[in-house]
Design a protein around this ligand. Structure first.
Ligand code: GUN
Ligand code: ZN
Length: 454
């Protein structure tokens, strides 16, 4: 028996596929008195409490009832070096990058600063229930090193890469076509597939890369077909105009990436708001993934993502925070803003679809749904425990909920890190460690704390 051999008891919710509508109850499993058996960081059984307990009568039990237990949340687009400049006032994309973002990212060339911020970053995302994220690091290899090293220390499944950017950025924040290639390749060799790490080839966006650098990124991608590619696409109208001016020979914005071998099945394209018909055709044909970042799109005034329009073309978007243009680390808050953006589009985001999206759906987007994103036996024990009575507002609303969907919708609209009662990484509970590091050690036995039964 290892440290993580245990049973976790609570109300279990796990999706098998994307719900096709509010009444699609076959898309998920919900167990009112459920239990997970965990061993060596994995889920080894998932079922009713009576049955799981009968098969393992000696294992220690953590009882999270009446809370919900779901797979840990997955954030498919976030910027690690932007945690100190989130909530910067008054600008749209290009001014925001030049005025706030680039100066903040300059500091990540310092390995000590990068290491200290990596610890803050993981405490932040974990306390919001996110157990896997796909991050852009800064241009400095030291930032990616700190990012992966801290994830490894915590046993987290994390993806990311150093951004490649060789123009239209200040001194100290530019690599070159050659050094961006060399440094990315060295990071792939060091980190990709090591433990739970996955490297993502990360040309920042068309405006900050020369054609030579995009060519080098494409070469790297061709040499590493298993590595996802991440970048930004058609977020802001001024950005699109500047891109068209810089690449006049390209048919459109996505055509710039296409010309360099960067549009393929495992390409993640942040934002993808203002798309031309040809770009949508190409996304559909290649199976590339647009990533919806609602809090960011509202904060920067970028525009309204067309989720239903893309899905009608057979495209399955991811959903993400995009901190620090995004304004919350919480995937619950992200779903609340997604709901509102889609309302402005005349589209509906049902809570079943929403919770599938931030768990199994985002795992599918990353090609990882056999490892994370569900509670299926054999998958990794990354879990979030949600308290739908965590705040007075939530408690009042949830007390009147008459269905699981209503309770989930209350969490979607009113929830944030306060609703995260616990989070597990590879079977290990995290909140105590975060509280100790922050010097806010949890108070004495509260009524809602899990009871440890021998
Ligand atoms: N486009 C290029 N870089 C960035 C970034 O850091 N944030 C956002 N929102 N868009 C970008
Ligand atoms: Zn971004």
């Amino acid at each position: 028996m290892t440290q993580t051999d245990q049973i976790i008891r609570g109300r279990l919710l796990s999706f098998h596929r994307a719900p096709e509508g509010p009444e699609d109850h076959a898309a998920y499993t919900y167990l009112e008195d459920g239990a997970l058996r965990l061993s060596d960081g994995r889920i080894t059984a998932c079922g009713d409490w009576d049955q799981v307990r009968a098969e393992a009568p000696a294992l220690p039990v953590t009882d999270h009832r009446p809370h919900l237990i779901l797979p840990g949340f997955i954030d498919t687009h976030i910027h690690f070096p932007q945690i100190e400049m989130i909530a910067s006032w008054g600008a749209q994309l290009l001014d925001w990058l030049n005025g706030y973002t680039f100066p903040a990212e300059l500091r990540y060339g310092d390995p000590d600063h990068a290491a200290a911020m990596a610890s803050e970053f993981y405490d932040l995302i974990l306390s919001h229930g996110t157990t896997t994220a796909v991050a852009f690091c800064s241009v400095h290899p030291a930032s990616a090193e700190a990012y992966f090293a801290e994830a490894e220390r915590r046993g987290m499944r994390m993806l990311g890469g150093k951004v490649m950017m060789d123009r239209n950025a200040p001194e100290g924040l530019r690599d070159t076509a050659q050094s961006g290639y060399d440094e990315s390749r060295a990071l792939i060799e060091r980190w990709d597939g090591r433990g739970r790490a996955g490297y993502v080839i990360s040309p920042r966006f068309a405006l900050t890369s020369t054609p030579e650098q995009l060519e080098a990124a494409g070469a790297l991608a061709a040499e590493h077909p298993g590595c996802p590619i991440q970048t930004h696409l058609s977020e802001n109208l001024d950005e699109i105009a500047a891109t068209r001016a810089l690449f006049p020979e390209a048919p459109d914005y996505l055509g710039v990436y296409e010309a360099h071998g960067l549009v393929r099945q495992n390409t993640l394209l942040g934002h993808a708001i203002h798309l031309e018909p040809r770009e949508i055709d190409l996304l559909a044909e290649r199976g590339a993934t647009p990533v919806f970042c609602p809090t960011s799109n509202l904060f920067l005034g970028s525009g309204l993502f067309d989720d239903a329009g893309l899905r009608a073309r057979g495209i399955t978007p991811g959903v993400a925070t995009d901190v620090g243009a995004g304004t919350s680390y919480s995937m619950l808050t992200t779903l609340a803003e997604a709901y509102k953006v889609l309302q402005l589009r005349g589209q509906k985001l049902h809570p079943l679809a929403a919770f599938d999206w931030i768990t199994r759906g985002n795992a599918e987007v990353l090609g990882l749904s056999d490892r994370i994103g569900t509670l299926a036996p054999g998958t990794e024990a990354d879990l979030v425990v949600l308290d739908s009575h965590a705040t007075p507002a939530l408690a009042l609303r949830s007390a009147r909920a008459t269905s699981l969907s209503e309770e989930l919708f209350a969490l979607q609209i009113l929830g944030d890190d306060r609703a995260v009662a616990e989070v597990y990484v590879a079977g290990v509970a995290q909140k105590g460690g975060i509280a100790r590091r922050r010097g806010t050690v949890a108070e004495g036995p509260a009524a809602r704390d899990p009871a440890l039964v021998p």
